[in-house]
Design a protein around this ligand. Structure first.
Ligand SMILES: Cc1cc2nc3c(=O)[nH]c(=O)nc-3n(C[C@H](O)[C@H](O)[C@H](O)COP(=O)(O)OP(=O)(O)OC[C@H]3O[C@@H](n4cnc5c(N)ncnc54)[C@H](O)[C@@H]3O)c2cc1C
Length: 513
């Protein structure tokens, strides 16, 4: 059998043949390496930084490679909601029914976060379970769930400050706005103190495997166009999700790629800064070396956001659960707007509408979630219009004032007379009258897809699996949104990174890779 044929067939060639073999998936190794480390972490976002810290503090020679000029990734800009149980904060604040057993049962059943673990979904926009996540290796998620208390300890240690917890949402821990970048800054400092290195403006684009299918190195290109080949024992892919990769979306999510069904572009921005980070690079590099993928067809998660800012009202109000309503340009409601922010977005997409507006009154400003936001800044930037009357606020925002007034009158009448919204069944603490001046109407908010669930398939030690053998590819790990066996929630991504860094360091120490 020829050397390459033997390699493709997965047989081990004898030593005289071995020298001639070129790995058919990654091609020839470079003749000269520019650097030599134990571990290259691709992506200096939340999962990557957490992983690098764990590995570096265990004595692993780590290099973090980040394609943007700054670190932190989407993780540093996220809303800051962490979901989990048995944390020190839950204990201190005497939050009841917040145990890991209950949380895991909820995850499996799909309660709370609309992400049923084991339910089959049909991926259509009418499916009640299209957000489902179906992991072939749920043990990784379970381990993450069980280690969650250590994640909250870690965030506190690195400077996070949290909003007070709320018994109504016992599993939600919200980091106060502005503290996630602080955490990642301190983590980066400690990576350096432990001997790790971080390089920015450097985009990884190819994995090298040797002829025994072991990780040998990685290729990257920096902002000056210079290619660097780095020899390494292990690669930990933490390059985020694939929300901005049209090819992967068309290949794995054909329903959602159908023109006209979903908003076609997502450019996340915050404070005017436009980013295009989540391009699925780690998944693409993995596919090139025959890695397996999992859960790639899971539906997008959506937010709803103004054109020039990615992260404003819905995160502050809908997600942190304030009494808001969401209306069309005609001033009509389209859904029970006490639901999850993604559900509101889906209702908008299903209705055929392109954009909508949030409406609330002064009463909404007193909620815990609202206090996490600089509303005056949003008013100043024209993201929210404030006025003494509802009609005035509607007119400023471009909503039909008569339509909105009719909607709100009926809504308030239901509150007074029935205690439940007769149109969409909204009830509970988020069903509040909109009657207290001043009134607020947002500018146009559009659906934007903000994260994907699928990615590289790994075992419970975050080792990426070979698609032919379903065995780990030596030295290849994945964490965060790149890891299709983990969920792409913020907390799960960070904890997955911490565990992955620990596993790589242990495997290197035990000379397994
Ligand atoms: C606006 C917004 C708000 C969110 N809020 C929440 C929330 O409150 N709660 C929640 O559970 N989830 C939330 N999410 C989702 C969650 O934050 C992300 O899924 C999670 O942070 C992903 O972490 P990560 O480390 O995998 O990716 P990231 O933090 O995005 O890190 C990936 C990094 O890899 C870099 N990179 C990519 N390709 C390469 C390459 N080829 N070479 C080198 N570097 C590369 C990127 O530039 C980036 O820095 C939110 C998402 C968004 C967009």
């Amino acid at each position: 059998m020829g050397a390459i044929a033997a390699a493709v067939a997965g047989t081990v060639p004898n030593s005289s043949e071995a020298a001639e073999i070129v790995n058919p998936y990654s091609g020839p190794l470079p003749k000269k390496w520019d650097d030599d480390v134990d571990l290259v972490v691709v992506g200096g976002g939340g999962a990557g930084l957490c992983a690098a810290l764990e590995a570096a503090q265990r004595g692993t020679k780590v290099l973090v490679m980040e394609k943007m000029p700054f670190i932190g990734g989407i993780s540093a800009m996220a809303t800051g909601n962490f979901y989990g149980a048995d944390s020190v904060l839950q204990k201190e604040q005497a939050i009841k029914n917040a145990t890991r057993d209950i949380w895991w049962q909820k995850l499996e059943a799909g309660e709370g976060l609309s992400e049923p673990l084991n339910r089959v979904r049909d991926n259509s926009m009418l499916s009640p379970v299209y957000y489902g996540i179906t992991k072939r290796h749920p043990q990784l998620l379970k381990d993450i769930t069980w280690e969650y208390p250590t994640l909250i300890d870690f965030l506190l240690k690195y400077g996070a400050k949290f909003l007070p917890l709320d018994q109504q949402y016992p599993f939600t821990h919200t980091v106060i706005r502005g503290y996630l970048p602080v955490v990642f800054g301190h983590v980066a400092d400690d990576i350096r103190k432990a001997g790790g290195r971080l390089i920015t403006d450097t985009r990884a684009n190819k994995i090298y495997l040797d002829n025994n299918w072991k990780t040998a190195g990685i290729r990257a290109i920096n902002a000056a166009g210079r290619t660097r080949n780095i020899k390494t024992k292990a690669i930990l892919m933490a390059s985020g999700s694939f929300v901005n990769n049209d090819y992967l979306i068309q290949r794995y999510m054909p329903y959602w790629a159908t023109k006209g069904k979903v908003p076609s572009a997502f450019l996340f921005s915050d404070g005017g800064l436009f980013l295009n980070q989540e391009t699925g690079d780690g998944i693409t590099m993995g596919l090139e070396v025959n890695a397996s993928v999992d859960d790639m067809a899971a539906g997008f998660k959506y937010k709803i956001a103004p054109k020039n800012r990615g992260d404003a009202l819905v995160n502050g109000l809908a997600l942190t659960r304030s009494p808001i309503i969401f209306v069309t340009p005609e001033g009509k409601r389209i859904y029970d707007d006490s639901q999850d922010y993604s559900e509101i977005t889906m209702a908008l997409i299903r209705s055929g509408g392109k954009y909508g507006f949030f409406v609330f009154d002064e009463g909404a400003m007193s909620t815990t979630g609202a206090k996490n936001f600089n509303f005056q800044g949003l008013v100043d930037s024209g993201t929210i219009f404030k006025a003494g009357t509802l009609r005035e606020a509607a007119t400023k925002a471009g909503v039909d004032p008569d339509g909105l007034q009719t909607t709100v009158d009926r809504f308030n009448k239901d509150f007074d007379e029935k205690g439940v919204d007769s149109v969409f069944g909204k009830k509970g603490p988020l069903f509040q009258k909109i009657s207290q001046a001043p009134f607020y109407v947002s500018n146009k908010h559009y659906p934007v897809r903000f994260k994907t669930e699928g990615g590289l398939e790994t075992d419970e030690r975050t080792r990426v699996l070979d698609h032919r053998t379903v065995k780990p590819i030596d030295g290849f790990y994945a964490a965060g949104a790149t890891n299709g066996s983990c969920s792409s929630r913020l907390g799960d991504s960070l904890q997955c990174g911490r565990m992955s860094g620990r596993y790589v360091a242990e495997d290197i120490e035990a000379r397994k890779i």
